[in-house]
Design a protein around this ligand. Structure first.
Ligand code: MN
Length: 251
């Protein structure tokens, strides 16, 4: 289903194949490595162990013309890295079991400190955000059951994109736009301030996030300056609909 067109992902895949081939023998290495590589690239839950950043599933310049390489590098290696470090520190200070899914902590975030809320959300949101994107491709749109569900919920894919885009453009200050499924599995669009997300018990919108868009200025300012709307409109070119569909299928 997925292609591995960029060199970084190919390197990771080849490395995994090499390691596995050494440990389990060559005869079954291909299929096993393929499933591992797939699992590595489609993370429907956020790994909690130490709340470490997963490797970016493409190179910094892979989204050029939509998000420039410098923005991607600073965003991933500085901003998101800080959330990863700070959530790890907060978890240690607050006695949080870091072997449990981060989702579990976020669902009870009202019991923890603002540091845990801001950095737990920041880590989760960014780990998801990287997966929500892939290099630009022609005819990029939702397919299959996801397309049917979006059409049913919003009228059409274009109507959905308008609502989602408006959620991002109209978020005052910093925050995120979301496609999420509520507890009845109805698809909804909304936004959250700062690093909050729909998994949090304190959030105005609640459910399972399916697609995330970062509308903090650090996500777009170098290329788009004050034109957040242009960033939001251009972003559709790099949405990884396969990832959204995988999350949707897991509801
Ligand atoms: Mn960000």
């Amino acid at each position: 289903m997925k292609t591995t067109s960029n060199s970084r992902r190919k390197f990771i895949t080849d490395s995994a194949k090499g390691t596995i081939a050494l440990s389990i023998g060559l005869s079954t290495a291909g299929s096993f490595a393929a499933s591992c590589a797939h699992a590595k690239n489609i993370l429907t839950t956020i790994p909690s162990t130490g709340f470490k950043q997963q490797p970016l599933p493409y190179k910094y310049d892979a989204l050029e013309n939509v998000i420039d390489a410098t923005t991607m590098e600073i965003h991933y290696s500085k901003h998101a890295a800080a959330y990863s470090k700070n959530v790890t520190d907060a978890a240690a200070a607050e006695g949080i079991d870091i072997t449990k899914p981060l989702e579990d902590v976020l669902s009870k975030i009202s019991k923890y400190t603002p540091k845990m809320r801001n950095n737990g959300g920041g880590h989760y949101n960014h780990e998801m955000f990287w997966q929500c994107m892939r290099p630009k491709q022609e005819g990029n749109k939702p397919m299959g059951n996801l397309q049917v569900a979006i059409t049913k919920a919003f009228g059409s894919v274009d109507d959905f994109k308008k609502q989602f885009g408006d959620a991002g453009k109209n978020r005052f200050g910093s925050g995120w736009a979301w496609l999420y499924a509520d507890t009845n599995k109805n698809l909804k669009v909304g936004s959250t301030p700062n690093q909050d997300n729909p998994l949090m018990d304190i959030s105005e919108i609640k459910g399972t996030p399916l697609l995330a868009l970062d509308v903090w200025e650090h996500a777009y300012y170098l290329k788009y300056q004050n034109k957040r709307a242009d960033y939001v409109d251009n972003w559709w070119n790099v949405v990884n609909w396969d990832y959204v569909a995988t999350r949707f299928a897991g509801l």
